[in-house]
Design a protein around this ligand. Structure first.
Ligand SMILES: C[S@@+](CC[C@H](N)C(=O)[O-])C[C@H]1O[C@@H](n2cnc3c(N)ncnc32)[C@H](O)[C@@H]1O
Length: 257
C-alpha cells in the first residue's frame, strides 16, 4: 500500500479509534523505557498518537511515515499541543535515512508492509536500546470471517499475525520478548449506514444496492449497540507487544548519536 492509500485514510485516523493512545498497553510499555534523555523513533507513526504522547517525557522524537497527509496532521497536532521536540520525516521505511534512536516504536505497520525482513532488519539497525513493535495476535479478519464466507463462499486467506513477525525476527537472529495484552475495541459506527460503508470496503463487495441491502440485514443483527452507536461484537482484541534490543552489531547505515 502506497502513500496515496494512506493519505486517503487520514480523516479516519484523525477522529476514529486510532486517534488516541491513552489506555493502550503499548504506550505504557513505551513510557517505561522513555526518560528525559531518551531519543525516540516512531516508524509508521500515522498522525502520531504514540509520538505525541511520548514527546513531553522524551529528549527528542522523530516520526517517520510514508504518508505526507498523516505527518501534516501530526505537525498540526504538535503545534496545537506546544510540542517542540518532534521532527517528521516523510518516506517509506526502510528507505529513509534517519539517525539511530534509543527507543524505536512500530505500531500496526508490519501487516501492510510487502517485505517484512528488510523492514525489521533496518528497524533493528536503528535501535540503540529497545525496539517495541505491536501487532494483532489474532488474524485481522477472524471476527468478520463468517461475513466473508457468506458473500464469497470461501475462507479468506489468513492475514499475518505476531507469530509471523516472531518467525521473521528469528530468521534475522533476533529473539523478541512477547507479551499478549487485551486492547479495547474502539471502533464505533454512528449509524448502520456508516457500518455498511466500512464493512463493504473491508469485505471487497461491489457498491451495488443489492450488496448494501444484504450487508445491512446481516450487520443489524451482528453489531452491538454501544455509546449511542454500534460496535463490532468484541470488547477487546488480543494484541502482541514484541520487544528486543540492543542490536547485536553496529549498523553501517545508521550513525550512532
Ligand atoms: C495502521 S497505521 C498505524 C499508525 C500508528 N502507528 C498507530 O498505531 O496509530 C499504518 C501507518 O503506517 C504507515 N506506513 C505504511 N507503510 C509504511 C512504510 N513502508 N514506511 C513508513 N510508513 C508506512 C501508513 O502511512 C500509516 O500511517
Amino acid at each position: 500500500m502506497g502513500s496515496t492509500f494512506w493519505d486517503a485514510q487520514v480523516r479516519r485516523f484523525a477522529r476514529g479509534p486510532m486517534a488516541s493512545a491513552e489506555g493502550d498497553p503499548f504506550l505504557s510499555r513505551a513510557r517505561r523505557v522513555t526518560g528525559r534523555r531518551t531519543t525516540v523513533l516512531d516508524v509508521g507513526s500515522g498522525p502520531g498518537r504514540f509520538a505525541l504522547a511520548l514527546a513531553p517525557r522524551a529528549h527528542q522524537v522523530v516520526a517517520v511515515d510514508i504518508s505526507p497527509a498523516m505527518l501534516s496532521l501530526l505537525r498540526r497536532r504538535a503545534r496545537r499541543l506546544g510540542v517542540d521536540n518532534l521532527r517528521t520525516v516523510v518516506g517509506p521505511w526502510p528507505e529513509v535515512e534517519v539517525d539511530r534512536a534509543d527507543v524505536v516504536l512500530c505500531s500496526y505497520v508490519l501487516p501492510v508492509v510487502e517485505d517484512a525482513a528488510p523492514f525489521l532488519r533496518e528497524l533493528d539497525a536503528a535501535t540503540g536500546r529497545r525496539a517495541l513493535l505491536s501487532m494483532t495476535a489474532m488474524g485481522q479478519d477472524a471476527v468478520s470471517e463468517p461475513l466473508w464466507r457468506h458473500f464469497h463462499g470461501a475462507r479468506r486467506s489468513p492475514a499475518p499475525t505476531y507469530l509471523d513477525a516472531v518467525a521473521v525476527l528469528a530468521e534475522l537472529g533476533i529473539t523478541a520478548d512477547v507479551e499478549v495484552v487485551e486492547v479495547p475495541v474502539r471502533v464505533r459506527f454512528a449509524t448502520i449506514a456508516h457500518a455498511v460503508r466500512d464493512y463493504r470496503k473491508g469485505l471487497l463487495l461491489p457498491d451495488t444496492a443489492a450488496a448494501r441491502k444484504e450487508l445491512r440485514w446481516l450487520l443489524s443483527s451482528w453489531l452491538v449497540r454501544a455509546d449511542g452507536g454500534l460496535r463490532p461484537p468484541l470488547r477487546t482484541t488480543p494484541t502482541a507487544i514484541l520487544q528486543w534490543g540492543p542490536p547485536r552489531e553496529p549498523s553501517r547505515r545508521r550513525r550512532p548519536r
